[in-house]
Write a protein that binds this ligand. Structure first.
Ligand code: B1M
Length: 211
């Protein structure tokens, strides 16, 4: 089994091949995090670069996303942390106008595997939905994901609406996604930014005093 085959399968949008290689890797005991970080995410970065360079088009992104999701589904049950104990409640979603959900779902799976109860609101989530869910589920943390520079600013709308609803400070706010960084998170009043799913779990535990 050669894991670069998985990289190639995702890059070329070959779902069946991606699933087959992932199954082999699992049976050979390769750690899920290694498969995800070193091969799957790298392939998505490369297809993104090729798209930006005009060498591939939206259908190619869709095919790669489909292959990535199929392979990731096999790994999700294995993303188990060191504890099964309940840690806290998280509401997560991709912000309004944005349909990218692979990273957000990976973060959600890591949270679930590490003892968080997760309410996943999906993609294209309005501020009203975030605020309502925070209240309805009595969430400890709201996690927002954005992959587009045109949608990232919507995170501030959600933070402002949390303020209006009297929830700001009561529910913590975490943000992430490729165009987001620490300075942006700070500027909109979010409590934390993390660059990846592992760091998100560590940060979430810290924010609610469970670290
Ligand atoms: Co689009 N897309 N896309 N896309 N897409 C990007 C984001 C882009 C960078 C590609 C490029 O040009 N290089 C570019 C954005 C440019 C910009 O804004 N500056 C782009 C564009 C332009 C577009 C469209 C506008 C294209 C078009 O239609 N002309 C369009 C927009 C649609 C919309 O949302 N309204 C579009 C559409 C799509 C598809 C639907 C085809 C597909 C998404 C399928 C899906 O998600 N179901 C797609 C894809 C696949 C990509 C790339 C290639 C891959 C994204 C991905 O899944 N990465 C992407 C290029 C890239 O990112 N390099 C690109 C893998 C994933 C595991 O990483 O999501 O970054 P990521 O998540 C990471 C971290 O960011 C972090 O943890 C994750 C795991 O470590 N993280 C969090 C994410 N969310 C977090 C939340 C947290 C914490 C951490 O909470 C606290």
């Amino acid at each position: 089994m050669n894991l670069t085959d998985l990289y190639d399968a995702i890059l070329n949008g070959k779902l069946d091949r991606a699933v087959a290689v992932t199954n082999e890797a699992i049976s050979e005991g390769v750690l899920p995090n290694e498969i995800i970080t070193n091969y799957m995410i790298k392939a998505m970065e490369e297809i993104g670069n090729r798209f930006e360079a005009g060498k591939v088009f939206v259908p190619n992104l869709l095919m790669s996303a489909r292959a990535m999701k199929g392979a990731l589904d096999l790994l999700k049950p294995l993303l188990q942390g060191e504890t099964d104990a309940y840690v806290g409640k998280i509401v997560i979603g991709t912000v309004k106008g944005d349909l990218h959900d692979i990273g957000k779902n990976l973060v959600a799976s890591m949270f679930e595997g590490c003892g968080f109860e997760v309410v996943n609101l999906g993609v294209d989530v309005s501020s009203e939905k975030f605020v309502e869910a925070a209240r309805t589920y009595n969430a400890d943390i709201i996690c927002m994901s954005a992959l587009l520079t045109t949608t990232m600013n919507y995170m501030k709308v959600v933070v402002d609406d949390l303020k209006t609803a009297g929830l700001y400070g009561k529910v913590k706010v975490m943000v992430g996604g490729a165009p987001i960084n620490e300075a942006f998170a700070h500027s909109i009043g979010a409590d934390a930014y993390t660059s990846n799913a592992n760091a998100a779990v560590i940060m979430a535990k810290k924010l609610i005093g469970a670290a």
